[in-house]
Design a protein around this ligand. Structure first.
Ligand SMILES: [Zn+2]
Length: 151
């Protein structure tokens, strides 16, 4: 069967991850040194570049310490999932498009949303702040004293 993720080019997916992760060039995942040299490609994923840090000696690749590392689904499936999430598709629709089980898609979209939320900078409020949500207790069943107006 023809699925979206089979039409997506692995090399372009890895290139996209590299650009998003290291917009100013590859840096060491441990010490952030820019003194990094390429160290061949991954054995089972030929589009996945490996590196070694010239400062601390750490060996890593495009996905090390990222959400996409050590996953059963290939990177292109995750990228396709992210793309379809951007189109506001439901987990059920994404599962159909990618020929995956909807429980697997639920797990993937939950983790992707959490990762995006974790990266979001903390909001700093300043000046006048207005709230337009109010919580009103409608009643305490069997405990009318709890909702009586207090003097
Ligand atoms: Zn390093």
């Amino acid at each position: 069967m023809l699925t979206l993720s089979r039409l997506i080019d692995d090399n372009k997916c890895y290139e996209t991850v590299r650009q998003l992760r290291w917009p100013h060039g590859v840096c060491c995942v441990d010490c952030e040194s820019a003194s990094v040299t390429k160290r061949g490609k991954h054995e089972t994923h030929p589009a996945r570049q490996r590196y070694v840090c010239g400062d601390c000696g750490r060996q890593f690749d495009d996905l090390t310490d990222s959400l996409f590392a050590g996953r059963h689904q290939p990177l292109r499936t995750w990228i396709a999932c992210l793309y379809l999430m951007g189109l506001n598709l439901s987990n059920q629709q994404i599962a159909q498009e990618l020929s995956l089980h909807k429980d697997d898609v639920h797990q993937m979209t939950s983790e992707l949303r959490q990762a995006v939320a974790d990266k979001r900078p903390e909001v700093q409020l300043s000046g006048t702040v207005e709230f337009d949500e109010v919580y009103v207790t409608a009643g305490h069943k069997g405990q009318p004293e709890q909702v009586k107006k207090r003097p």
